[in-house]
Every structure is written in C-alpha cells, then in structure tokens.
Design a protein around this ligand. Structure first.
Ligand code: NAD
Ligand code: TYD
Length: 352
C-alpha cells in the first residue's frame, strides 16, 4: 500500500505520517511538500536525518520525501506515474486565518487549484481513495449565547475568512469530482488541533513560546472567542479510520466536545509555565473574527467508533512539555523570517 500525504512537513501532516508508519508497518508513505514558511524538514528528522537522535530506520525505509508544489500539474502527474498511489490524503494548505486576511491570493491557489490538480491526477491514475483534510471553519461560527448549537455535517457552508472560504471551495470541488467523475472521495472537517510541531504563529504554540521568552501574550479583543480543541493524535486516528472504513462521498466532522475560551487557554499556559498573567495584552481584534466553533462528532462515533482519547488537561501538559524539550525546533523558526511576520502582524496592532 502506497499513500501520498501532501503537506507532511507541516503540523498535522507530519503527526499523521508518524501515526501511519507506526500503525501500519506494511505501508509506504510518499510525502509531497512545497516547504513554504510552514513546512519544515527538521520536523521529519526521524525519517530523513540519519544523524538525528530520533531517527527510525524502519520508518525511514518506508518513507520518501518529494519537494513539490501541489499546484505543479506536470510534477504531480509525474510523481503519480512513478508511485501509482493507492490512497492520497491532502493536508497541504495555506492554513493561517490572519495571513489569509493580509493576502488571500495564495490561499485560493494552493487550497483550491492545488486540490483540483491532485484530484485530476487521482482520476488519471486511479486511486482507492482521495481524502480531503478540511476544517470546521467552513461552517462559519456559532453564537456564544446558544451553547446548545453544534456543527453537524448538514450545517450549511457559511464562511467568514478568505482561509475558510478557500477550504470550502475545495470541499465543494471534492464533492463535485465525486458526483461528476465518480472519484472515491471522503472529507474530514476537524476542529482546532494542538500538539507537537504546531507552527508558532497559531494561538497555543505562540503563547507557549512568548511565555517562555517573557514576551507579551497578544489576545485578540476580550479573548472570549471559543474554539473546540482536539489533540492532534486524535485527529490522525480519525483520518486513518475514515480512509479505511469511511463511506465514499461522505463528510465526517471530527471534534472532541472540548470548548475553551481563548483567554482561559492563555491563562492556563501562564499557570503551567509559572508566568504572570500580567504578560497578557489585549490587542485589536481580528477582522471578521469567528466567535465560536463547536463540533457534533456523532456521525464518526456511530459509524466508525471514533472517540477522542486525550483529555485537554493531559494534552496541554504534553504539548507544553514537548515545546520545553524541543526548544531548538521552535527557536530556529522564530529567529528567522518569522520575526518579520511577527513585527508586521503584531507591531502595528493597537492595544485595548
Ligand atoms: P500547516 O500550515 O502547519 O502545514 C501546511 C503544510 O502544507 C506545510 O508543510 C506547507 O509547506 C505545505 N504546503 C503549503 N502549500 C503547499 C503547496 N502549494 N504544495 C505543497 N505543499 C504545500 O497546516 P496544518 O495546521 O498542519 O493543517 C493541515 C491541514 O489541516 C490543512 O489543510 C488545514 O486546513 C487543515 N486543518 C487544520 C486545523 C488546525 O487546527 N491546524 C484544523 C482543521 C483542519
Ligand atoms: P488560531 O490558532 O489562529 O486558529 P483559528 O483562527 O483557525 O481558530 O487562533 C485561535 C484563536 O485564538 C482565535 O480565536 C484567534 C485567537 N488568537 C489570539 O487571540 N491571539 C493570537 O496571537 C492568535 C494567533 C490567535
């Protein structure tokens, strides 16, 4: 069995590759990644770098890395010709809402055009399954005063940001390829993930890194927005189940009923790291900021028996522990181009 995983040098894709190499000792994984600012080869050291203390030879021999843009039709087709994959799982995306607000174009290119190129290659070479890793953000947001409401797979698509709109556009194309060409597709729509290798522009790793450097913790607005956090390994298990046992043409929501307000997460991180809450700085809110995401995971539970295994209280401790043990991974990132990004995004942001 050969599986192409796109975006595998990023946060969730890399965790998924490790999950698959561990759980399926007879599978080969071919990772395609353009290595944008968010892709990092050091994340894949355990399968690429013989000198790394984490190197796993039995994984490495079943792993291939190809630097490739999913929008590069010729390159993608050539790789499919060589590898004849059984399954293709698309994690590759521009994934950060704030960047999409600054510059939507690349989101449309990678998230929509890239998805169509991959599916065209799947049509030409034939695959058992094309799986699209999507997001709960395609459903828009829920009001804070209606805790009884959750996103189900039937909730209408109703996006807020260029990021979520580009992901929704891709989802619509995926369903269209299923109906028009009979491509065997599935889609997962997951809530916010956290865990190892999370790029430090996103809430949880940004706050951990800033706390450890005694820097201000920039909370957008009042910090009352709610996200439904899931430990990344639980998401990886869900995708593994869906590609093997999920029904073709179906969407599966993935989330663990773990709603938290941003401000409470930041306070928790301060507490865990023994840092004062006075580091918290309320800054100008994100444009179009979604208030609340909350997933109803009944379908994946009933059909595939999936349930989250990691409680937030344990997952956040594990995650903080990982950032403490792997300082060089994120310190290298925040010392480079990231600094320019940070100054641009936060330097001019007013405080409240
Ligand atoms: P990430 O930004 O950490 O990683 C994205 C990876 O894709 C990077 O390695 C990057 O180099 C690669 N990439 C970007 N453009 C590419 C291109 N044109 N060709 C090839 N590779 C390219 O993202 P993530 O958080 O790991 O998210 C992975 C997927 O999961 C995305 O599709 C995202 O929409 C979805 N998702 C994320 C979350 C979350 O909480 N992070 C939640 C639900 C769904
Ligand atoms: P983020 O990690 O960017 O994920 P998403 O926007 O896709 O849910 O942000 C999570 C929440 O944290 C979101 O409500 C925005 C907020 N946030 C801050 O308050 N400060 C920050 O510096 C960042 C990056 C996010």
């Amino acid at each position: 069995m050969t599986i192409i995983v796109t975006g595998g040098a990023g946060f969730i894709g890399s965790n998924f590759i490790f999950h698959m190499l561990e759980k399926h000792p007879d599978y080969r994984i071919v990772c395609i990644d353009k290595l944008t600012y968010a892709g990092n080869l050091s994340t894949l050291a355990c399968v690429l770098d013989k000198n790394s203390k984490d190197y796993k030879p039995d994984w490495a021999e079943r792993f291939r890395f190809v630097k490739l843009d999913i929008c590069d039709r010729e390159g993608v087709f050539k790789l499919f010709e060589e590898e004849k994959p059984d399954i293709v799982i698309n994690f590759a995306a521009e994934s950060h809402v704030d960047r999409s607000i600054e510059d939507p174009g690349v989101f449309l290119q990678t998230n929509i055009i890239g998805t169509s190129v991959l599916m065209d290659a799947c049509r030409k070479y034939g695959v058992e399954r094309y799986h699209q890793v999507s997001t709960d953000e395609v459903y828009g947001d829920l009001p804070l005063d209606r805790p009884d409401l959750f996103f189900t797979e039937d909730t209408p698509i109703h996006t807020s940001s260029p990021y979520s709109s580009s992901k929704a556009g891709a989802d619509l194309l995926v369903m269209a390829y299923n109906r028009t060409y009979g491509l065997p597709v599935t889609i997962s729509r997951c809530s916010n993930n956290y865990g190892p290798y999370h790029f430090p522009e996103k809430l949880i790793p940004l706050m951990i890194a800033n706390c450890l450097n005694d820097k201000p913790l920039p909370v957008y607005g009042e910090g009352l927005n709610v996200r439904d956090w899931l430990y990344v390994e639980d998401h990886c298990r869900a995708i593994d189940l869906i590609v093997h046992k999920g029904r073709v043409g179906e969407v599966y929501n993935v989330g663990g009923h773990n709603e938290m307000r941003n401000i409470d997460i930041v306070k928790l991180i301060c507490k865990e790291l023994g840092k004062p809450e006075s580091l918290i700085t309320h800054v100008t809110d994100r444009k179009g900021h979604d208030m609340r995401y909350a997933i109803d995971p009944t379908k994946i539970h009933n059909e595939l028996g999936w349930l989250p295994e990691t409680k937030f209280a344990d997952g956040i401790k594990k995650t903080i522990g990982w950032y403490l043990d792997n300082r060089s991974w994120w310190e290298e990132i925040i010392s480079g181009e990231y600094q320019k990004y940070y100054d641009k995004m936060y330097g001019s942001r007013g405080t409240l």
